[in-house]
Write a protein that binds this ligand. Structure first.
Ligand code: ADE
Length: 237
C-alpha cells in the first residue's frame, strides 16, 4: 500500500507518519508514504496557491491550477490499469469508519488531497476527486490531521504492519463491538482484583466472558452499535 498525501504542509505529514508503528512498517516496507507539496506545482511567479473567493466572503481558497497539476502528476506516476482513488478530506464528506478503513486497505495506492484556508476551488474537485471523506462532525484547520487519522486506521489493517495479526481482529469494531476490558500485572492494584475468570486458563470461559463484557460495554457506551450487532447476529442477548 502506497499513501500519497497532497498538501501544503508536507513536513507535518512525514513527521507524523514516520513515528512509532507506522514508521516501523515503512522501514519494513509493508507500507510506503509520500507527501507531495502542492505549492511545487503552482505556475504563479510568487509561488501563490490561493486567492479570494468569487462572490465575497471571508478567507482564501486554494486555486484549481496547482491542485490539478499536482494530482495529475501523482496519477501519471502511479496509474497502471486500475484507477486510483483520490480522497478529498473534508467535513462535507461521508463519515469515516472501520468498514471504510477495511475497504480502503485493499487498494494499492491511495491519494489524499488536503485542503486549507476556506477549501479548494469546486471545479478541480469535480475533475479529480473520487471520494469525499470526513473524520467527524467538527471542523479542523486543514486536512492533514484527518488524512493522518485515516492513514493510521487503514495502514494497521495492511498485513505485516501490526506484529500480532490477531490484534486487529479483536480490536473494538473488529467484530462490530467495542473491545472487552483488559488487565495486566499486578493481580491486585489499589484493592482492585483482576477478574478471576482470566486467571484460570480456561480459554472457552475466557472467550465467553469477553464476549459478555464486549456486549455490556457496547450496550452502555454505544447503544447504536449494540442494536446493529444484535440485528446482524439475529440474537436476543
Ligand atoms: N477538514 C477540516 N475538518 C475536517 C474533518 N472533520 N474531516 C475531514 N477533513 C476536515
Amino acid at each position: 500500500m502506497y499513501f500519497h498525501v497532497l498538501t501544503l504542509f508536507p513536513e507535518m505529514i512525514m513527521d507524523g507518519l514516520n513515528t512509532s508503528i507506522l514508521g516501523r512498517a515503512m522501514e519494513k516496507g509493508c507500507i510506503r508514504a509520500e507527501a507531495v507539496n502542492i505549492r511545487d506545482y503552482t505556475l504563479d511567479k510568487h509561488q501563490k496557491v490561493d486567492d479570494y473567493t468569487y462572490g465575497g466572503g471571508a478567507g482564501m481558497l486554494m486555486q484549481a491550477q496547482p491542485v490539478y497539476d499536482c494530482v495529475r502528476a501523482v496519477l501519471n506516476r502511479i496509474e497502471q490499469e486500475k484507477k486510483s482513488r483520490v480522497i478529498y478530506v473534508t467535513p462535507q464528506g461521508r463519515v469515516f469508519n472501520q468498514q471504510m478503513a477495511k475497504e480502503l486497505a485493499g487498494e494499492d495506492d491511495l491519494i489524499f488531497l488536503c485542503g486549507h484556508y476556506e477549501g479548494i476551488d469546486e471545479r478541480v474537485l469535480e475533475e479529480v476527486v473520487t471520494d469525499y471523506v470526513s473524520i467527524g462532525d467538527y471542523v479542523l484547520t486543514g486536512g492533514e490531521l484527518p488524512a493522518m487519522v485515516m492513514i493510521d486506521a487503514i495502514a494497521r489493517l495492511v498485513p505485516g504492519v501490526l506484529n500480532n495479526d490477531e490484534s486487529a481482529m479483536t480490536d473494538s469494531f473488529g467484530n462490530g463491538l467495542l473491545e472487552y476490558p483488559q488487565y495486566s500485572r499486578p493481580r491486585v492494584w489499589r484493592d482492585k482484583e483482576v477478574p478471576p475468570v482470566l486467571l484460570n486458563g480456561n480459554h472457552k470461559l475466557i472467550e465467553q466472558w469477553r464476549l459478555e463484557k464486549s456486549l455490556e460495554r457496547t450496550k452502555e457506551r454505544r447503544p447504536d452499535l449494540y442494536e446493529k450487532w444484535r440485528a446482524e447476529n439475529d440474537c436476543c442477548k
